[in-house]
Design a protein around this ligand. Structure first.
Ligand code: ADE
Ligand code: ZN
Length: 340
């Protein structure tokens, strides 16, 4: 007999929306700063955590980009990803699709190869040593130009075997999906899977989700919770079988407890919702904490908790045979005797 907290903590998990740069914990930031002779504007990790103050996407992004100043060498990117993958193992995350933001680094003079070689080596070691599987998804930053995104896409091609798909992140305001139509069409032609952020409560959230479907033809949507405002949009998302990678704690910075409650609404509405962590080092929550936060606001049954993971494994960019092994593991877990 196990309680629900324990059930959540041991549940086999699939994380589809985590920015590797958003997993940079203050302690590691200080260690990398010391190694690279970078001065940080805080005395220690606790002071840094206390200094994180954000209430919307732009105020979060300012902290997030500032934090990257310590990431300079291939070893730094390795250490960053290795730390996340160890955390993933602790939380029984069996599979993760991990975003990285090459332009946040190439714009600082760090080469694409430096970034991806470090990340890739950590992913390979995690598979071998931790039994955690992961793949990389390259995000374009939507507040840079479409030309810079296209150049980044071209730069990625020699490493294409190491990248499963492309996404779009950063500041959505004034940067709708259609701005990147040609880039995503080329990414599709090159064989990449496609996703895009539609962050919560943006100026044109509903229109932007619509563009993801009609202009881009995405394979899934990151966040996308504002689809709840349009019946048509929900019907279209369901008809296409698209999943939505929702990050409840991240949403709650913008919406308070309603950011957590949307998961219940999406489940009840028959949407293929999944739960992820977004930027866990900044938002105080990896997948387990996100599930616990949702559970505390709008109770979920063990079967619903398993359904959320099932949704994620089903929409993961993995061969069917590999998905099936995880889904079988999950089915076995549902037979755990839970004390509610
Ligand atoms: N980059 C890192 N986290 C992000 C988020 N939640 N939205 C947009 N861009 C991001
Ligand atoms: Zn995100």
């Amino acid at each position: 007999m196990t309680d629900l907290t324990e059930f959540i903590s041991h549940l086999p998990k699939c994380e589809l929306h985590v920015h590797i740069e958003g997993t940079l914990e203050p302690e590691l930031k200080f260690a990398l700063a010391a190694r690279n002779n970078v001065t940080l504007p805080y005395a220690d990790a606790d002071e840094m955590r206390a200094g994180y103050a954000f209430h919307d996407l732009p105020s979060f992004l300012a902290c997030y980009y500032e934090g990257m100043s310590v990431l300079l060498t291939e070893a730094d990117f390795y250490d960053l990803a290795w730390a996340y993958l160890n955390k993933a193992q602790e939380q029984n995350i069996r599979y993760a699709e991990i975003f990285f933001d090459p332009q946040a680094h190439t714009s600082r003079g760090i080469t694409f190869g430096t970034v991806i070689r470090g990340l890739r080596r950590a992913l390979m070691d995690a598979r071998r040593l931790l039994d955690v599987r992961a793949q990389l998804v390259m995000c374009f930053m939507r507040d840079f130009s479409a030309e810079y995104a296209m150049a980044t896409l071209m730069e990625s091609l020699p490493y294409q075997e190491w990248i499963i798909g492309v996404g779009l992140d950063s500041d959505e305001r004034g940067n709708p999906p259609a701005k990147f139509a040609a880039v995503f069409a080329r990414a599709r032609a090159e064989g990449y899977q496609l996703t895009m952020h539609c962050d919560v409560d943006q100026e044109n959230s509903v229109d932007n989700i619509r563009q993801c479907l009609d202009v881009i033809g995405v394979d899934r949507i990151d966040h996308g919770v504002n689809c709840l405002e349009s019946e048509d949009l929900q019907n279209e998302i369901k008809a296409r079988g698209l999943g939505l990678t929702v990050c409840p704690i991240s949403n709650s910075y913008v919406r308070g407890s309603d950011g957590l409650a949307v998961v219940r609404k999406m489940l009840d509405g028959g949407l293929r919702v999944t739960i992820s962590s977004d930027d866990p080092a900044y938002m105080n929550g990896y997948v387990t904490e996100n599930l616990l936060a949702v559970q505390a606001t709008t109770p979920l049954t063990p079967a619903e908790l398993v359904q959320l993971q099932r949704n994620a494994f089903e929409i993961a960019w993995l061969p069917d045979a590999v998905k099936d092994t995880y889904l079988t593991e999950l089915d076995g877990y549902l037979t755990t005797d839970v004390e509610c």
